[in-house]
Ligand binder design. Structure first.
Ligand code: UDX
Length: 464
């Protein structure tokens, strides 16, 4: 099948490359000539494990191409995906759809008769209807369809999420769109028995927001329970496992931490609230999630200050991990930013390390000293704060880390380390959802993000 993808951002680039890997002929189009120029030369503008190789291999065999020329890209395409950005509008919180609408206007006169235009960008309910109207106002003769097909990719594991999804959601209003999209997804996913949810366009659009808001709420729930654990002397890792093994709840996305960030949860929860408001509906649980998460991100600085006796004026703090989660260079809405800024306002000197996010972090933070080496970062520091649980950070040698520190205080906001082990080495430890009384022998590490299968007899949470 010939496919055109408009927008070579995260979703467009990953989807286009994966469709090519499934054997389709894919043309990715973007207005950013510099980006396209780079992609033509094999330079992938985002950090996503495995994507470079996949782009290179599929470009080499001629299945994947990059162009600024929309007419060339959509000519002969059976499916045209709109995968442009839908950033939050400043001061509004709802999604800015101007790029999506512009793409619709521009592609309208260029598509083949019978083409299916699919909105893959995360868009509010009713966007498909608006796209249909825009294209219809230009193409008064012939046929075209507009469908919705939201993407559920997580940064860092996006290729796996695309190739082995839990489900595919397709929102269609006519048979032709349904058949074309079924043909696109059914064959490659048949062996895995991936469910394909075929629904109306409006339901499909809402599913994306509902899923992200639910996950954000799940994280916020466990974060609040972590606070309670700290007060009552319980352990949030064991709590999450004990709850999550109930199949109705599920163990994933129950890792307590400094609050969720990233390009999706903060933006999509706000956009869902805006839609609900427009239709006079209160989704109070999501309102509370948004408020609680914002407050939590700010409160994390107080946790650091508490661990240092309440005063950070003139003190040197080493921050390990800056990106909103591991395996990405994305700093959007990362909890590290408000945390570092608050500590700086109280007079702390910040040294920081992140395996790949330091360049992006440098654009957002000032007066931070960055270090490629995590050990050098902690040199002379009075506390080390773990904000992002990169594998390389989890594997740090705490004995070596402690040697150069002025004072051995570990504030582990991701429960990346075993408190008992760190304490034996000589650290004073402050973790998430574990009070001093629960940091005893056998205290487990937190659950991993996506898995969490514990076997009978296995220590709770030790499921990494
Ligand atoms: C998310 C959705 O998971 C994905 O389906 C959607 O398409 C895009 O948004 P992403 O933002 O890449 O993906 O990251 P995700 O792994 O979901 O994490 C989001 C945030 O939640 C991160 O800050 C992460 O640290 C935090 N998180 C996640 C937790 O604090 N605890 C958890 O248990 C899981």
């Amino acid at each position: 099948m010939k496919i055109a993808i408009i927008g070579t951002g995260y979703v467009g680039l990953v989807s286009g490359t994966c469709f090519a890997a499934w054997g389709h002929q894919v043309a990715c189009v973007d207005k950013n000539a510099q980006k396209i120029d780079g992609l033509v030369r094999g330079i992938v503008p985002i950090y996503e494990p495995g994507l470079d190789g996949l782009v290179e291999r599929n470009s080499a065999v001629g299945r994947l191409s990059f162009t600024c020329n929309l007419a060339e890209a959509v000519k002969g395409a059976s499916v045209v995906f709109i995968a442009v950005g839908t950033p939050p509008r400043a001061g509004h919180g709802d999604a800015d759809l101007s790029f999506a609408y512009m793409a619709a206007r521009e592609l309208a006169p260029l598509i083949d008769d019978g083409a299916v235009v699919v909105v893959k960008s995360t868009v509010p309910v009713g966007t498909g209807d608006a796209v249909q109207k825009i294209i219809g106002s230009v193409r008064t003769a012939g046929h075209f369809s507009v469908a919705s097909n939201p993407e559920f990719l997580r940064e860092g594991v996006a290729i796996r999420d695309f190739m082995e999804p839990d489900r595919v959601v397709i929102g269609v209003e006519d048979e032709r769109a349904r058949n074309v999209l079924m043909e696109l997804y059914d064959a490659p996913l048949e062996a895995q028995k991936t469910p394909i949810v075929v629904t109306q366009r409006r339901t499909s659009e809402l599913i994306k927001y509902a899923a992200n808001a639910f996950l954000a709420t799940k994280i916020t729930f466990i974060n609040e329970l972590a606070d309670l654990c700290e007060q009552v002397g319980s352990n949030v890792g064991e709590l999450a496992l004990g709850m999550g093994l109930d199949k109705r709840i599920g163990t994933s996305f129950l890792n307590a931490g400094p609050g969720y960030g990233g390009s999706c949860f903060p933006k999509d929860t706000m956009a869902l609230l805006r839609t609900a408001q427009d239709y006079g509906v209160a989704v109070r649980i999501v309102e509370e999630t948004v408020t609680a998460n914002e407050a939590r991100k700010r409160r994390m600085a107080l946790k650091v200050m508490d661990a240092l006796g309440g005063d950070v004026e003139g003190r040197t703090i080493a921050v390990l991990g800056l990106t909103f989660k591991p395996d990405t260079d994305d700093m959007r809405d990362a909890p590290s930013v408000p945390l570092i800024e608050t500590l700086q306002r109280f007079g702390a000197k910040i040294r920081a390390h992140d395996p790949v996010g330091m360049e992006n972090a440098g654009h957002l933070l000032s007066e931070v000293e960055f270090f490629d080496d995590p050990y050098a970062c902690a040199c002379n520091a009075e506390a080390v704060v773990v904000i992002t649980e990169w594998d390389s950070i989890r594997k740090l040698d705490l004995v070596r880390q402690k040697k150069t520190m002025r004072q051995a205080v570990l504030i582990d906001l991701r429960n990346a380390f075993e408190p008992r082990v760190a304490e034996k080495i000589g650290f004073r430890v402050s973790a998430i959802g574990r009070s001093a009384t629960t940091q005893h022998d056998n205290t487990p590490a937190a659950l991993p993000h996506a898995t969490g299968h514990a076997h009978r007899g296995q220590t709770a949470g030790a499921a990494h």
